[in-house]
Design a protein around this ligand. Structure first.
Ligand SMILES: Nc1ncnc2c1ncn2[C@@H]1O[C@H](COP(=O)(O)OP(=O)(O)OP(=O)(O)O)[C@@H](O)[C@H]1O
Ligand SMILES: [Mg+2]
Length: 265
């Protein structure tokens, strides 16, 4: 299985109000079967990083490669889950999941079977015929996950996928993401600004700092694998080790923001 690799990536946006360096010299690897979480405050370049990895945006310097082959645009080896689910509200859950397969020329019977299978995997068996506008936010996000997984990508790229959900639904979805990760063996790159979510979901965590966006800390964390091994979510999040790391990350983010502000001032 290939590795998704970001090497010395810089991105500068040139707009009417001058140039903004959104990312400066960022390097990160997403091996298959790791969950790499990028954590950072608003504006530190997280979406920019994901958009380059997805092939939506060209780097100003550096490169993104999959298995050593440069990424030059979107590809079916990488599927994206956005913060707002980006589904087609007038279509059924099944048709939304099957859409990407239709684009790839897969026949109707096979599409239907694959879509139903993916919907079952995200806990939506029985909802295949429901229109998206009849579903709750959490259900829509499940459909978005099913749609991304249906094309059998090597990598899942997720930009704040759970940000719009209430706390209880969000935690349930975090568990679903970990279960899907375990079953599918996909490499996952996930963005969040929730420290708790980052710690729970990551096997590797990168902390980004703004102006310009760069990686200031890297952590290897074991909480996701503990959940997979059977430890309950509440026990993990209440573990003194988890709480201590949460505090350490909060402090690191604050310290970096102060530094960036001093630097600008
Ligand atoms: N198309 C664009 N043109 C000019 N500047 C941009 C553009 N997109 C993003 N930026 C700037 O680049 C920086 C990084 O933006 P980005 O969207 O990557 O941040 P983010 O970490 O995803 O933030 P958030 O958590 O709010 O989603 C910001 O300063 C933003 O204003
Ligand atoms: Mg963003």
């Amino acid at each position: 299985m290939p590795v998704l690799s970001v090497d010395h990536l810089s991105v500068t946006y040139r707009g009417k109000r001058g140039a903004v360096t959104a990312l400066a010299d960022v390097s990160v690897e997403v091996p298959p079967s790791e969950i790499v979480v990028a954590l950072g405050a608003s504006g530190c370049g997280k979406s920019t990083l994901l958009n380059v990895m997805a092939g939506f945006l060209k780097p100003s310097a550096g490169s993104v490669t999959v298995g050593g082959v440069p990424v030059t645009g979107p590809g079916t080896d990488r599927a994206v889950v956005f913060q707002d689910d980006a589904l087609m509200p007038w279509l059924s859950a099944e048709d939304n999941v099957a859409f990407g397969l239709q684009m790839r020329g897969i026949g109707q019977a096979e599409r239907r079977a694959a879509a139903r299978d993916m919907l079952a995997q995200v806990g939506l068996e029985g909802f295949a015929g429901h229109a998206i506008h009849e579903m709750s936010g959490g259900m829509r996000q499940r459909v978005g996950l099913a749609r991304a997984l249906a094309v059998k990508p090597d990598f899942l790229l997720m930009d704040e996928p759970l940000g719009a959900l209430d706390e209880l639904t969000r935690e349930r979805m975090q568990m679903l993401v970990l279960n899907l990760w375990q079953r599918s063996g996909k490499g996952i790159f996930l963005i969040t600004h929730s420290i708790e979510e980052a710690l729970f979901l990551a096997t590797r965590l990168v902390l980004l700092s703004p102006r310009p966006g760069r990686i200031v800390q890297r952590y290897e964390t074991g909480f996701a694998r503990r959940f997979i091994a059977g430890e309950p979510v509440r026990a993990i999040k209440a573990d003194p080790e988890f709480v201590a790391m949460r505090e350490e990350l909060s402090n690191a983010i604050l310290a970096n923001e102060e530094q960036a502000l001093t630097h600008v001032g």
